[in-house]
Design a protein around this ligand. Sequence first.
Ligand code: TRP
Length: 353
Amino acid sequence: MSEFKPQIFSGIQPTGNLHLGNYLGALRKFVALQEQMDCIYCVVDMHSLTAQLVHEDLKEQTRAITAAYLASGIDPVKHIVFNQSKVREHAELAWVFNCVARVGWMNRMTQFKDKAGKDRENASLGLLAYPSLMAADILLYRATHVPVGDDQKQHLELTRDIAMKFNLDFEGKIRNSGTGIDITVGDQPVHAFFPMVEPLIEGPAPRVMSLKDGTKKMSKSDPSDLSRINLTDDADTVARKIRKAKTDPDALPSEIEGLKGRAEADNLVGIFAALSDRAKADVLAEFGGQQFSQFKPALADLAVSVLAPITEEMRRLNDDPGHIDAVLKDGGERAGVIAEKTMKDVHEIVGLL
Ligand code: TRP
């Protein structure tokens, strides 16, 4: 019994400024994974057309996400960094998946329901089919592991459903084409062309919450800029936002249980842990019993020491769009080679002449 080659794929949409939640929940994990597997990191620009068709500055936003990838420490030579629209096969495979997936599956997606709001009839067809394009992003490279935030878990389950239905519907043709691999899914043996992707969600800060309300996710759309730390904020701003972060009057507990019911305290401890690659318990062992007036300056120093070099490098890269474009072109070409091969096999399996 063979296995698919381990391969990481993930993507970020080029809409809005990146904040600490994106850094800790995505970028920092992407960087760490480079040591473990081959990685493909994509700026999913075509996904940005799903909720809003016309953008003022889509190209600049695409470059800005690329700059964040590079400034965080992603190596575009050892790994692949590119923007989705450079590789046409994403749209092509998404079409095949539109014919694999069922409308009912799409209608059940929480993200669709949230983004479409009350007037679903008026949502774009692209918004409904969003998960189908996402599945194509991943499966075009037959990726096996996808680091994402926990809000994307449902989309990854759908990706598995699409892969499974494709594998089963075309089982005979996959066998005839000689492109499949024997795997087991649960107890079921399957001759598979597409792997069953695994989400990689864990980490000390899978969810970074608002600095003003520990029960809400940190978000680029929150009207209060004090609720988030942007990757473009300078050191003074970062320190000021942490100083002004909402807390409660009690001292920090010495153990994890003491964080229950203290959403803001939990969030700040989680951020400290994630920024320093430590467990929350370990952070509490050091700071337990201290007041926020002591903990916050330590957190601010830590945040600035981690973020300032990234912010500075992002600024430098933003002044050099030629370099960014060259990185994306090179990445697009290398991704394109893999994508073309997969699509050739898919044509063979599906019977497209
Ligand atoms: N839907 C993802 C998000 O909103 C972005 C995305 C698109 C993605 N394609 C992907 C993530 C493929 C991982 C893999 O965060």
